[in-house]
Design a protein around this ligand. Structure first.
Ligand SMILES: O=C(O)C(=O)C[C@]1(C(=O)O)C=C[C@@H](O)C=C1
Length: 128
């Protein structure tokens, strides 16, 4: 082996440049993913408040089934592993449902025998 454990030891400068160029693109894509996820969570927080206000359940399995079917098709067309796309969506949705439950929990606590409860369903501050 000519490379060190850091992977940057005895490497041809052209290879090093190509790696740096690809990593720049990866960093840009990761930034875009983070920004897109942040926007998605802003939307789902609004959905969570709406659901809590109208006493709707946090999870909607029928909607999820439609999303999975759609995302698997998009993944196939984009030559991305559809099983991975499904796992990724399920991972995100599980976190969204956790947020929805937290919002609903706050809405319930702030309205239970307490007229000072937030009409918007905004979760009460937690101590954890
Ligand atoms: O569309 C909804 O009802 C949502 O709450 C959003 C969302 C999602 O993250 O896409 C999350 C939970 C539901 O089970 C389905 C979809």
């Amino acid at each position: 082996m000519t490379t060190s454990s850091t992977g940057t030891g005895d490497v041809d400068p052209a290879v090093r440049e190509e790696l740096a160029r690809l990593r720049d693109s990866i960093d840009n894509i990761d930034a875009a993913v983070v920004h897109m996820l942040a926007e998605r969570f802003k939307c789902t927080q609004q959905v969570g408040r709406l659901k809590a206000e109208h006493r709707l359940p946090p999870a909607d399995p029928a909607r999820e089934a439609r999303q999975i079917t759609r995302l698997r098709t998009l993944a196939e067309n984009a030559k991305l592993d559809p099983a991975f796309a499904e796992k990724f969506l399920n991972f995100i949705i599980a976190e969204v449902i956790r947020h929805h439950e937290h919002i609903a929990d706050g809405a319930t606590r702030s309205t239970a025998g307490n007229s000072a409860g937030s009409p918007t369903g905004t979760p009460a501050p937690t101590t954890d």
